[in-house]
Ligand binder design. Sequence first.
Ligand SMILES: O=C(O)[C@H]1O[C@H](OP(=O)(O)OP(=O)(O)OC[C@H]2O[C@@H](n3ccc(=O)[nH]c3=O)[C@H](O)[C@@H]2O)[C@H](O)[C@@H](O)[C@@H]1O
Length: 435
Amino acid sequence: MSQMKHIDNTPSTPGKFKIEKSPYNRLRLQFSLAKLIFWSLVIVGLIFVFFYRSPSSSSHVSSDLSRRSLRTSSYGGPAWEKRIKASAKVGSRNGICVLVTGAAGFVGTHVSAALKRRGDGVLGLDNFNDYYDPSLKRARQELLERSGVYIVEADINDATLLKKLFEIVAFTHVMHLAAQAGVRYAMENPSSYVHSNIAGLVNMLEVCKSVNPQPAIVWASSSSVYGLNTNVPFSERDRTDQPASLYAATKKAGEEIAHTYNHIYGLSITGLRFFTVYGPWGRPDMAYFFFTRDILKGKSIPIFEAANHGTVARDFTYIDDIVKGCLGALDTAKKSTGSGGKKKGPAQLRVFNLGNTSPVPVSNLVSILEKLLKVKAKRLVMKLPRNGDVQFTHANISFAQKELGYKPTTDLQTGLKKFVRWYLSYYGNGKKSVQ
Ligand SMILES: O=C(O)[C@H]1O[C@H](OP(=O)(O)OP(=O)(O)OC[C@H]2O[C@@H](n3ccc(=O)[nH]c3=O)[C@H](O)[C@@H]2O)[C@H](O)[C@@H](O)[C@@H]1O
């Protein structure tokens, strides 16, 4: 049909375009030319308006973001580049140079600080979104600034900015921790998971594959990819095709996307399946954190239980153990093999569980908090809602132990003691408001 149309519109004879030299025809030609110019301007104008003004155009959203970020006074210019270079400067022999995305996040802050402490070059990136109280992110930023880590404020979907950063610094590694976290929030705001965990990841990998040299990438997957798996403890070889939440599904998608970029472009990629990470400077949306806040406030806390009073348990993993696992993954990551978007040979592709290997029932977590806070919790036991939660998690960590030298050493009691000490000093015994 469309071919027919095309044929119909084709002039049947070249004679149709024959220019006759009468004054009337010249006038007609000038008029047609004017019309052509007029309509061309109208079309160009419409295209401009569509790409730069339409609120629904996603390409415009990211280009708008990049323009905004490059235009803001703190962006661009020699002073900004100098700050970036100073932050990313490798301070020790054999040190690595790492771009840490989500650097103002819980794990991102701890990993950035640990890298900097041992003399690696570190540059942070974070969009400081308000999924939870941004003032906590700002406080983490201050902490990092004091140790010499600068955080560029931008979204991982901002390709222009990411490319610019790679022009300024030849990062050897990317520690990709920026993500939309949280299992239950995925039912409230599904598109934020697609935006960060899928579109953002792809954007970041697109930039990494096209730069020269390509960095090695280590990124945060999640224990939630095991979903309805019932083999315990969870092994990397177990099935992960039954996610119980959209969050888990986007992390699982991330693992498949990682496979693709490794396969096509020779990017070295390591995925880390974190198991319910907790500790000082943690995330206020996580149970151990808001349980602490609500116990101190005398508010009741909902404790989930499975059918027939079944225990709900998590393999809670302390932040310092996770940091060691992240550094181990960075240190054992092999170089990417591609360059300028072309694969030159097979590259490393790995996935590791980073857990604690000892699941603890949520009710025990509450008992530990009660003792540490010296306050009795108002327990509201309720059926595990159908909102993406799974009944338990339990990591088999033998692969990470063998390849990364990963060995968690902090039990929940010890780790929560450190968390509570931090919480009380940061929020002043519950007097400062926690959002
Ligand atoms: O390790 C992971 O894969 C995931 O760990 C956490 O997810 P989750 O284990 O659900 O952590 P919390 O939201 O802190 O919940 C901990 C436990 O408390 C329970 N819970 C939660 C909330 C509540 O009101 N009551 C309650 O009993 C949950 O069912 C769960 O068993 C993080 O929020 C995810 O971002 C991360 O990817």
